[in-house]
Design a protein around this ligand. Sequence first.
Ligand code: MG
Length: 164
Amino acid sequence: MISKTMQDAINEQINKEMFSSYLYLSMAAYFEGDNLSGFGNWLHIQAHEENEHAMKLYSYLLERGGKVELKGIAAPQTSWASAMEAVKEVQKHEQYVTKSIHDLYEVALTEKDYATQVFLHWFIAEQVEEEANAAAILESMERIEAHNTAILMLDHNLAKRKAD
Ligand code: MG
């Protein structure tokens, strides 16, 4: 049986993953409304992945005999000053999620919850990938900042991105 402290911390992470999904969906809508459908496609996939992260935690908590307690999801921002600002926020948000996964791991260490420690290894590795992806897209954008044609080419590339 999972401890109440561990259960509460996992429920909090479920909420954070759901908020991430909501935030990226809001960004997808922002980009699609701005006719940057490639960015929209990328963020749609990201939104779906965040939902899957929440569901992984959800299933794990139930498997451990814990209680899933869904909380209200905060309303995300609906517009950004520019495509660059939105992508910067993706990066900042992923850094925040990485920290929250690490904090969750700390709880598993304190609780001596070995099963949860092993379970969280996947999330720790996933965050390395999420941060690297955001950094790579941001870097491409910084290189081509002044060139709208190149932004459109990047949009075209992102349109080809498929769900894993
Ligand atoms: Mg996530």
